[in-house]
Ligand binder design. Structure first.
Ligand code: SAM
Length: 248
């Protein structure tokens, strides 16, 4: 696991603190759920947005630092547990689940398979699981990357997140994150890390879902600001939302 998710989870929390209210509205409408599980919940920004909209939320994450931040953020409005999304048992079922911003790309294909088995056991029969997973084309060049700044209090961070290597045939990518603290108590610090991720094409993703207890109910383009139009299941892009339902 990386420093950004553990020792420096606080920097993650500042860096990824953009406005997700419209996306949370859209997710709540799609999910039609009162109880929602988020695996890999990080510091809880999505859990909080869903709790603000009346959902009873539960998050799990392997990082103790993320779990602590999410608990602080939620207070009594939700529960957060330290657990691995490929091997967990909460002893209850939910009527919806979400997993945003390519969190599932941290899992290898066998781990994704185990994760989806676990998720199916935690969902009511008609529940939807909305996962945001970018899909790439075979032979695609690494994308240019994302660059932004974010501030909280005196602290401003500059984030550069780039796909350094991408091999869609082997199904792997290496992403580099660089977080530079521009102002505040940690001004001048730079946190640079490599993340080994899985790369899915529409075909390999379809196979993985087919082999799981889920079926692909719909795919939405998550990259169009403020709109999530339905797209074909063969679509590629960095921020696709996949609506999964437990297969009958
Ligand atoms: C990209 S962050 C996303 C956090 C949060 N979902 C959000 O939207 O801000 C990925 C998170 O997944 C967690 N994670 C990675 N592998 C995990 C696993 N196997 N089980 C549970 N959490 C995991 C990391 O600790 C990190 O907090």
């Amino acid at each position: 696991m990386t420093r950004l998710y553990e020792e420096d989870a606080e920097l993650y929390d500042i860096a990824f603190d953009w406005d997700i209210s419209a996306e949370a509205d859209w997710l709540v409408e799609r999910l039609q759920a009162t109880t929602v599980l988020e695996p890999g919940c990080g510091s809880g920004r999505m859990l909080e947005a869903l709790a603000d909209r009346g959902c009873r939320v539960v998050g799990i994450d392997t990082s103790p630092q993320m779990v602590e931040l999410a608990r602080l953020r939620l207070g009594t409005r939700g529960e957060v547990f330290e657990a691995d999304m490929t091997h967990f048992d909460l002893g209850r079922k939910f009527d919806g689940a979400v997993c945003p911003i390519n969190t599932l790309l941290h899992l290898t294909p066998p781990e994704l398979g185990r994760h989806l088995q676990r998720m199916a056991r935690h969902l009511e029969p008609r529940a939807r699981y909305l996962v945001q997973v970018g899909l790439v084309e075979t032979g695609q060049e690494p994308f240019a990357g994302s660059h932004w700044e974010s501030s909280r209090g005196e602290t401003t961070v500059k984030v550069d997140w780039v796909d350094e290597e991408l091999d869609a045939v082997q199904g792997v990518s290496r992403q580099r994150s660089r977080i530079e603290v521009l102002s505040g108590p940690r001004a001048g610090e730079v946190l640079e890390e490599i993340h080994a991720m899985t790369a899915w094409t529409p075909a390999t993703w379809a196979e993985a879902i087919e082999a799981s207890p889920f079926e692909q109910a719909a795919t939405y383009d998550g990259g169009t600001k403020g709109q999530w139009p339905r797209v074909d299941v063969s679509a590629t892009g960095g921020l696709l939302w996949h609506e999964l339902s437990v297969a009958a």
